[in-house]
Write a new protein. Structure first.
Length: 145
């Protein structure tokens, strides 16, 4: 059953986008995506911020960008989970992702997601924490050199 985006409040739509992106998004970009004004986006972000109070997630503002993050109170739990993940094998998804990166060279997360057909945020974070990959701001493709 498909749900039309207009049935969700603006703050709920923003929350979904920020969760899916897993990285900072410009307020201007959110306004474009949602066909809203930047003031509407900022107002909805304040509403979302209030709704998240007392929960495990927060809205993080940095200049003209915004993203979802975890509260400082979650740090001990997340540190334990991270340590548990690091002792495990990479797994099929990790090997697949690192193979794509090695084969393609510098590549964006969106391109990796497209090739794999699924989101790769967790896998990429796992590889990053292990020191197997590094994040670059704008990957330069071999064909662009």
């Amino acid at each position: 059953m498909e749900q039309d985006k207009t049935t969700l409040s603006l703050d709920a739509q923003i929350e979904g986008i920020l969760f899916w992106k897993g990285e900072p998004v410009r307020v201007k970009k959110l306004a474009q995506i949602l066909n809203a004004t930047e003031n509407d986006i900022l107002s909805s972000l304040e509403i979302l911020k209030q709704k998240l109070e007392g929960r495990g997630m927060i809205i993080v503002f940095k200049e003209d960008e915004v993203m979802l993050g975890t509260t400082p109170q979650m740090s001990a739990i997340l540190e334990t989970l991270t340590k548990e993940e690091l002792v495990k094998d990479l797994g099929k998804a990790g090997l697949e992702t690192i193979s794509i990166i090695l084969y393609k060279g510098p590549i964006s997360r969106a391109e990796i997601d497209y090739i794999r057909g699924v989101q790769s945020n967790f896998i990429l974070r796992n590889l990053l924490v292990r020191g197997l990959i590094e994040k670059v701001v704008k990957p330069i493709r071999k064909s662009q050199k």
